[in-house]
Design a protein around this ligand. Sequence first.
Ligand code: MG
Length: 256
Amino acid sequence: MITIKTPEEIKILREGGRRLAAIMQALRNAAKIGVSTADLDALAEKMAREGGDVPSLLGYRPKGAKRPYPASVCISVNDEVVHGIPNEHPKILANGDIVSFDMCLTHRGLITDTAATVVVGAADAEAEKLVLATEKALFAGIKAVKGGGHIGDIGYAVERVGQAAGFGVVEELCGHGVGYKVHEDPYVPNFGRKGSGEKLKPGMVLAIEPMFTAGSKNVYLDDDGYTYKTADGSRAAHFEHTIVITAKGVEILTEV
Ligand code: MG
Protein backbone atom coordinates (compact mmCIF):
# COMPACT_ATOMS: atom_id res chain seq x y z
CA MET A 1 0.00 0.00 0.00
CA ILE A 2 1.37 3.42 -0.94
CA THR A 3 1.17 5.86 1.96
CA ILE A 4 0.62 9.62 1.84
CA LYS A 5 2.50 11.61 4.49
CA THR A 6 0.83 14.53 6.26
CA PRO A 7 2.27 18.08 6.16
CA GLU A 8 3.36 17.63 9.80
CA GLU A 9 5.17 14.38 8.95
CA ILE A 10 6.82 16.01 5.95
CA LYS A 11 8.20 18.71 8.27
CA ILE A 12 9.81 16.02 10.41
CA LEU A 13 11.15 14.21 7.32
CA ARG A 14 12.59 17.52 6.08
CA GLU A 15 14.52 17.99 9.32
CA GLY A 16 15.64 14.34 9.38
CA GLY A 17 16.73 14.61 5.75
CA ARG A 18 18.76 17.72 6.53
CA ARG A 19 20.54 15.89 9.35
CA LEU A 20 21.15 12.83 7.19
CA ALA A 21 22.58 15.03 4.43
CA ALA A 22 25.08 16.48 6.92
CA ILE A 23 26.20 12.98 7.92
CA MET A 24 26.57 12.00 4.26
CA GLN A 25 28.65 15.11 3.61
CA ALA A 26 30.93 14.21 6.54
CA LEU A 27 31.34 10.64 5.23
CA ARG A 28 32.21 11.89 1.74
CA ASN A 29 34.82 14.25 3.18
CA ALA A 30 36.29 11.52 5.41
CA ALA A 31 36.75 8.98 2.59
CA LYS A 32 40.50 9.38 2.20
CA ILE A 33 43.41 7.04 1.39
CA GLY A 34 44.25 4.87 4.43
CA VAL A 35 40.91 5.31 6.22
CA SER A 36 39.11 2.18 7.44
CA THR A 37 35.47 1.56 6.50
CA ALA A 38 34.89 0.58 10.15
CA ASP A 39 35.93 4.07 11.25
CA LEU A 40 33.56 5.62 8.72
CA ASP A 41 30.75 3.46 10.09
CA ALA A 42 31.58 4.60 13.62
CA LEU A 43 31.53 8.23 12.45
CA ALA A 44 28.08 7.75 10.91
CA GLU A 45 26.66 6.20 14.08
CA LYS A 46 28.22 8.84 16.33
CA MET A 47 26.82 11.72 14.27
CA ALA A 48 23.34 10.15 14.19
CA ARG A 49 23.24 9.57 17.94
CA GLU A 50 24.68 12.99 18.80
CA GLY A 51 21.63 14.47 17.10
CA GLY A 52 19.34 12.23 19.18
CA ASP A 53 18.49 10.15 16.11
CA VAL A 54 18.81 6.48 15.18
CA PRO A 55 20.81 4.96 12.30
CA SER A 56 17.85 2.99 10.91
CA LEU A 57 19.84 0.25 9.16
CA LEU A 58 21.69 -0.94 12.28
CA GLY A 59 19.78 -4.06 13.35
CA TYR A 60 17.34 -3.76 10.45
CA ARG A 61 16.28 -7.09 8.99
CA PRO A 62 14.93 -6.87 5.47
CA LYS A 63 12.42 -9.44 4.27
CA GLY A 64 14.23 -12.68 3.46
CA ALA A 65 17.46 -11.76 5.28
CA LYS A 66 18.95 -14.39 7.60
CA ARG A 67 20.26 -11.86 10.10
CA PRO A 68 19.92 -8.18 10.94
CA TYR A 69 22.21 -5.68 9.20
CA PRO A 70 25.22 -5.13 11.49
CA ALA A 71 26.26 -1.54 10.70
CA SER A 72 24.95 2.04 10.61
CA VAL A 73 25.92 2.81 7.03
CA CYS A 74 26.36 0.57 3.98
CA ILE A 75 29.76 1.09 2.39
CA SER A 76 30.29 -0.58 -1.00
CA VAL A 77 33.71 -0.45 -2.65
CA ASN A 78 34.52 -0.91 -6.38
CA ASP A 79 32.69 -4.06 -7.62
CA GLU A 80 30.32 -3.93 -4.63
CA VAL A 81 27.11 -2.27 -5.81
CA VAL A 82 25.15 -1.80 -2.56
CA HIS A 83 24.75 -3.03 1.03
CA GLY A 84 28.48 -3.59 1.67
CA ILE A 85 29.20 -4.22 5.36
CA PRO A 86 31.83 -1.76 6.65
CA ASN A 87 32.60 -3.22 10.07
CA GLU A 88 32.95 -7.01 9.75
CA HIS A 89 35.99 -7.24 7.47
CA PRO A 90 36.87 -3.57 7.31
CA LYS A 91 38.57 -2.29 4.18
CA ILE A 92 41.35 0.28 4.15
CA LEU A 93 40.53 2.75 1.41
CA ALA A 94 43.14 3.02 -1.35
CA ASN A 95 43.85 5.50 -4.10
CA GLY A 96 41.26 5.26 -6.88
CA ASP A 97 38.70 3.24 -4.93
CA ILE A 98 35.08 3.95 -5.84
CA VAL A 99 33.21 4.15 -2.54
CA SER A 100 29.42 4.26 -2.17
CA PHE A 101 27.73 5.24 1.10
CA ASP A 102 24.07 4.43 1.74
CA MET A 103 22.39 5.41 4.97
CA CYS A 104 18.95 5.79 6.56
CA LEU A 105 18.19 8.00 9.56
CA THR A 106 15.21 7.79 11.88
CA HIS A 107 14.36 11.26 13.21
CA ARG A 108 11.33 11.52 15.50
CA GLY A 109 10.11 8.16 14.21
CA LEU A 110 10.34 8.95 10.51
CA ILE A 111 12.97 7.69 8.06
CA THR A 112 14.89 9.30 5.22
CA ASP A 113 17.37 7.51 2.95
CA THR A 114 20.31 8.78 0.90
CA ALA A 115 23.37 7.48 -0.94
CA ALA A 116 26.39 8.96 -2.67
CA THR A 117 29.56 7.73 -4.35
CA VAL A 118 33.03 9.25 -4.20
CA VAL A 119 36.40 8.31 -5.65
CA VAL A 120 39.22 8.16 -3.12
CA GLY A 121 42.35 10.07 -4.10
CA ALA A 122 42.82 10.37 -7.87
CA ALA A 123 40.00 9.14 -10.10
CA ASP A 124 40.72 7.39 -13.39
CA ALA A 125 38.67 8.48 -16.40
CA GLU A 126 36.19 5.58 -16.22
CA ALA A 127 35.55 6.08 -12.50
CA GLU A 128 34.93 9.77 -12.97
CA LYS A 129 32.54 9.20 -15.86
CA LEU A 130 30.67 6.45 -13.98
CA VAL A 131 30.16 8.54 -10.86
CA LEU A 132 29.08 11.62 -12.80
CA ALA A 133 26.61 9.65 -14.96
CA THR A 134 25.01 7.96 -11.95
CA GLU A 135 24.52 11.28 -10.16
CA LYS A 136 23.17 12.82 -13.36
CA ALA A 137 20.68 9.94 -13.62
CA LEU A 138 19.47 10.58 -10.07
CA PHE A 139 18.67 14.19 -10.90
CA ALA A 140 17.09 13.19 -14.21
CA GLY A 141 14.87 10.76 -12.29
CA ILE A 142 13.93 13.43 -9.76
CA LYS A 143 13.17 15.91 -12.52
CA ALA A 144 10.77 13.40 -14.07
CA VAL A 145 8.63 13.35 -10.90
CA LYS A 146 5.37 15.23 -10.86
CA GLY A 147 1.95 14.78 -9.34
CA GLY A 148 -0.24 13.03 -11.90
CA GLY A 149 2.80 11.39 -13.50
CA HIS A 150 3.78 7.75 -13.07
CA ILE A 151 6.52 5.68 -11.46
CA GLY A 152 7.64 4.58 -14.93
CA ASP A 153 8.54 8.19 -15.80
CA ILE A 154 11.34 8.00 -13.21
CA GLY A 155 12.85 4.74 -14.42
CA TYR A 156 12.62 5.87 -18.02
CA ALA A 157 14.63 9.02 -17.25
CA VAL A 158 17.24 7.14 -15.18
CA GLU A 159 17.74 4.38 -17.74
CA ARG A 160 18.19 6.82 -20.62
CA VAL A 161 21.11 8.52 -18.86
CA GLY A 162 22.79 5.17 -18.15
CA GLN A 163 22.35 3.88 -21.67
CA ALA A 164 23.55 7.13 -23.26
CA ALA A 165 26.73 6.90 -21.17
CA GLY A 166 27.22 3.23 -22.08
CA PHE A 167 26.93 1.91 -18.53
CA GLY A 168 25.09 -1.09 -17.09
CA VAL A 169 21.82 -0.08 -15.42
CA VAL A 170 21.19 -2.45 -12.49
CA GLU A 171 17.61 -3.74 -12.67
CA GLU A 172 17.61 -6.27 -9.86
CA LEU A 173 17.64 -3.57 -7.15
CA CYS A 174 15.44 -0.50 -7.08
CA GLY A 175 14.16 2.55 -5.24
CA HIS A 176 11.14 2.48 -2.96
CA GLY A 177 8.70 4.38 -0.81
CA VAL A 178 10.14 5.40 2.57
CA GLY A 179 9.16 7.23 5.76
CA TYR A 180 7.30 5.06 8.27
CA LYS A 181 9.55 2.12 7.31
CA VAL A 182 12.90 1.68 5.57
CA HIS A 183 11.15 0.03 2.62
CA GLU A 184 7.59 0.87 1.66
CA ASP A 185 5.54 0.56 -1.52
CA PRO A 186 5.87 1.35 -4.33
CA TYR A 187 8.96 -0.11 -6.02
CA VAL A 188 10.77 2.56 -8.02
CA PRO A 189 12.70 0.69 -10.76
CA ASN A 190 15.63 2.28 -12.58
CA PHE A 191 14.11 1.36 -15.93
CA GLY A 192 10.66 1.67 -17.36
CA ARG A 193 8.20 3.13 -19.77
CA LYS A 194 6.87 6.67 -19.51
CA GLY A 195 3.31 6.68 -18.21
CA SER A 196 3.51 3.15 -16.75
CA GLY A 197 3.22 2.04 -13.14
CA GLU A 198 1.55 3.63 -10.13
CA LYS A 199 0.32 7.20 -10.29
CA LEU A 200 2.41 9.82 -8.45
CA LYS A 201 0.51 11.91 -5.91
CA PRO A 202 1.37 14.81 -3.58
CA GLY A 203 2.46 13.53 -0.17
CA MET A 204 4.18 10.43 -1.52
CA VAL A 205 7.75 10.09 -0.21
CA LEU A 206 10.12 8.11 -2.43
CA ALA A 207 13.76 7.05 -2.39
CA ILE A 208 15.10 7.25 -5.95
CA GLU A 209 18.39 5.39 -6.35
CA PRO A 210 20.12 4.64 -9.65
CA MET A 211 22.95 2.08 -9.60
CA PHE A 212 25.21 1.93 -12.65
CA THR A 213 28.10 -0.37 -13.47
CA ALA A 214 31.03 0.02 -15.84
CA GLY A 215 30.12 -3.37 -17.30
CA SER A 216 27.05 -5.59 -17.35
CA LYS A 217 23.90 -4.88 -15.34
CA ASN A 218 24.00 -8.30 -13.64
CA VAL A 219 24.64 -8.55 -9.90
CA TYR A 220 24.82 -11.34 -7.32
CA LEU A 221 24.49 -11.55 -3.56
CA ASP A 222 27.70 -12.29 -1.65
CA ASP A 223 27.92 -15.04 1.00
CA ASP A 224 27.66 -12.38 3.75
CA GLY A 225 23.97 -12.18 2.88
CA TYR A 226 24.01 -8.43 2.20
CA THR A 227 26.64 -7.25 -0.25
CA TYR A 228 25.54 -7.11 -3.89
CA LYS A 229 28.42 -7.31 -6.35
CA THR A 230 28.66 -6.98 -10.11
CA ALA A 231 28.68 -10.37 -11.83
CA ASP A 232 31.53 -9.36 -14.15
CA GLY A 233 33.67 -7.66 -11.50
CA SER A 234 33.18 -4.23 -13.04
CA ARG A 235 32.92 -1.23 -10.73
CA ALA A 236 29.66 0.39 -9.68
CA ALA A 237 28.26 3.71 -8.45
CA HIS A 238 25.08 4.56 -6.53
CA PHE A 239 23.30 7.82 -5.73
CA GLU A 240 20.06 8.27 -3.85
CA HIS A 241 17.80 11.01 -2.51
CA THR A 242 14.57 10.90 -0.59
CA ILE A 243 12.02 13.17 -2.25
CA VAL A 244 8.47 14.26 -1.48
CA ILE A 245 5.94 14.98 -4.17
CA THR A 246 4.36 18.38 -3.54
CA ALA A 247 1.42 20.23 -5.06
CA LYS A 248 3.95 22.22 -7.14
CA GLY A 249 6.31 19.42 -8.10
CA VAL A 250 9.02 17.77 -6.08
CA GLU A 251 11.21 18.60 -3.08
CA ILE A 252 14.50 16.83 -2.29
CA LEU A 253 14.63 16.08 1.45
CA THR A 254 18.20 14.77 1.71
CA GLU A 255 20.17 17.52 0.02
CA VAL A 256 22.79 19.59 1.91
MG1 MG B 1 19.41 3.80 0.63
